[in-house]
Ligand binder design. Structure first.
Ligand code: NAP
Length: 347
């Protein structure tokens, strides 16, 4: 079955996604009967392109990485993200999917939410690694997608490619998540591990930026906003909380954090940024001293983990011992396969 894709956002994650799609092209075709074309790309400062017969995404990626603009490769037939989405909607492919990877906007989740709305309104499925839509508007977007018979999937929003939302949705029928508690931000966990070992803050952050793991605006990581957005998404999806990241009680790393981290380690404890939530309560993101026996205390560097407390299965822990861009790209790929599976044998 042919799937036409439009990439809204073409930064670190989307460019790695393009490479991963290419690497997995044969498995997608053989195991999932999924044959894709990328027909449109929209960025903020690197131009926009739409080619209804498919475009060379690898060429586009190398051109953008060299500082070029997409409209230098081929004359643009669409000039912004909304025109690219509208153009995708005219495709005759059985499946049309918008891949949303624009920058997280922590004020209100826009324009990512507007991109999702535009896609769903024009009959396109959505997969996204952006936390904004699920953190600010999950209930409404999920209902809109369901009513239209479309998918709105966002596995990459929390813990990259490690299945969190898929795990609960696909493999835990009737079980309800009552609480969650975890380390969900790689950048701050890496920094806290460096600080407790006596390293300085700036080089630890620079390493995360060099790997493309820190947010475009790293203060979103450091000030706890990224973790708050993830906590809001988890609460919205698992607990129908209907909140935004601004409803999360939030603490970030500050001037006294290095000393606290070193002192905690000297006492055999670990200082970690913990995101937690429970039904009927405001989620929180807080620097917390963990005893050595705490599962989360054992997580160093970029490692993440989430403990879900459920009504039937009690506590389930899922760990991500290392993370990189490929994992986030994989989340998009796995969501794409979910869209394909839901289409069944039709088309
Ligand atoms: N990096 C990770 O490890 C990771 C992990 C999980 C989730 N995420 C999420 O995935 C998303 C993408 O991350 P990234 O690392 O790829 O970010 P990035 O490298 O900063 O790329 C963001 C892309 O979005 C484009 N963009 C921004 N605003 C736009 C708009 N209004 N219309 C069209 N395009 C727009 C940018 O265009 P220009 O290049 O022209 O500015 C850029 O191509 C973010 O929401 C992030 O939170 C990232």
């Amino acid at each position: 079955m042919r799937v036409d894709l439009a990439l809204i956002g073409f930064g670190n994650v989307a460019r790695r996604f393009v490479r991963l799609l290419d690497e997995q092209r044969h498995r997608l075709a053989d195991d999932h009967a999924l044959d894709y074309r990328i027909v449109g790309i929209a960025t903020r400062r690197h131009g926009t392109t739409h080619q209804p017969d498919g475009l060379d995404a690898a060429l586009a990626a190398s051109h953008v990485e060299a500082g070029g603009r997409l409209d230098e490769i081929a004359a643009p037939r669409a000039t912004d993200a909304f025109e690219v989405i509208a153009a995708l909607a005219t495709s005759t492919a059985p499946l049309r999917v918008v891949v949303e990877t624009t920058t997280l906007d922590i004020e209100n989740g826009r324009p990512a939410i507007d991109h999702v709305d535009a896609a769903l309104a024009s009959g396109c499925h959505v997969v996204t690694a952006n936390k904004g839509p699920a953190a600010f508007a999950y209930g409404r977007l999920h209902a809109t997608a369901e009513a239209a018979g479309l998918s709105f999937l966002f596995e990459g929003a929390v813990m990259d490619g490690v299945p969190i939302f898929n795990l609960v949705r696909e493999t835990m029928p009737t079980a309800a998540v009552q609480r969650f508690r975890g380390i969900v931000n790689s950048t701050t966990n890496h920094i806290l591990t460096a600080l407790e070992d006596g390293e300085a803050f700036a080089p630890a952050l620079a390493r995360m930026q060099a790997l493309g793991i820190a947010e475009a605006d790293p203060s979103l990581d450091v000030d706890g906003w990224d973790a708050a957005a993830k906590a809001a998404a988890l609460a919205n999806v698992f607990m129908d909380a209907g909140i935004t990241p601004h409803d999360v009680v939030r603490e970030g790393l500050g001037p006294g954090t290095a000393e606290r981290a070193r002192e905690a380690k000297a006492r055999g404890q670990r200082l970690r940024l913990i995101a937690s939530g429970a039904r009927g309560q405001r989620p929180s993101v807080a620097l917390t001293e963990l005893a050595p026996g705490d599962l989360l205390a054992g997580l160093s560097g970029q490692a993440n983990a989430l403990i879900l407390t459920t009504d039937i299965l009690d506590d389930i822990a899922i760990c991500q011992l290392g993370g990189d861009l490929c994992h986030t790209a994989y989340a998009l790929l796995s969501d794409l396969v979910t869209v394909r599976r839901r289409a069944g044998a039709s088309g």
